[in-house]
Ligand binder design. Sequence first.
Ligand code: AHR
Length: 309
Amino acid sequence: GGGNKKDSGSSKKEASEINIGFSQVGAESDWRVANTKSMKSELTAKNGFKLSFADAQQKQENQTKAVREFITQGVDVIAIAPVTETGWETVLKEAKKADIPVITVDRQIKTSDDSLITAWVGSDFKKEGVKAAEWLIKEKGKEKGDVNIAVLQGTIGSSAEIGRTKGFKEGIKDQKNFKIIASQTGEFTQAKGQEVMESFLKQNKDIDVVVAQNDNMAFGAIDALKAAGKTPGKDVTIISFDAIKAALKKVQSGEINAEFECNPLHGPRVAELAKKIMKGEKVDKIQYVDEQVFTKDNTTKEVINKRAY
Ligand code: AHR
């Protein structure tokens, strides 16, 4: 277990390249594409890596297969951005048996045995949800009538969905006039986000707030609202997560009211972790990244131009 795969006394391994297998969720969102780009541009030969990349197309069974292939290949380190939190026990035990350290990135994995994962780096999704709730309370907490909220959830069972759903619900629990009147998954994609929003609008006439658990679903929801004759950002408050460049532009134009950042630039962090682990150095088991809130006041042109994703 642990990260100390190779004999830490041998400097031979340190000098040669690190074989790393990365099992990615898919390409469901712009955030994900930015995450893949960050990983690929950092885990290069120039930086001392040989990367095997596997796209799971949002299917956990593909990830299990990919991890098994990495084990067969005999990679030095396995990195996983997991689709869901559960269902990993068997394959992680196989990796442990092969003495291959596992780094999880972005979302997390739940295991009964802590030693199956060497380190994780990613977002505090629950905190993101809490921050969204706090923002909405400031914005609409004093309104007299009911505030009807529709939630477009991400992939059910993913850390991002679980944390954002939980954090938001807990954050609004004392706000008696806040009502979640609809909640369904849009799978983190724009097409599904639009489809689910269309069905929400057919069922519920009075949606005051849409909470989209990522930007691509927010874009889909915005299209659905416009098609229904509503003005997003005015008739309906739009809250979203990720804060990709295209979404920040919509904050500036007023179509999205608040953005809760999720940082995808994990490549350098994973590279550093992998190097330390291979050297037998101790690493932090859990590493959260800092994230911001964007509203119209702080989303300037400069901020948007500087945005790396
Ligand atoms: O796990 C992070 C989430 O996954 C991002 O919010 C979303 O855009 C991506 O697909």
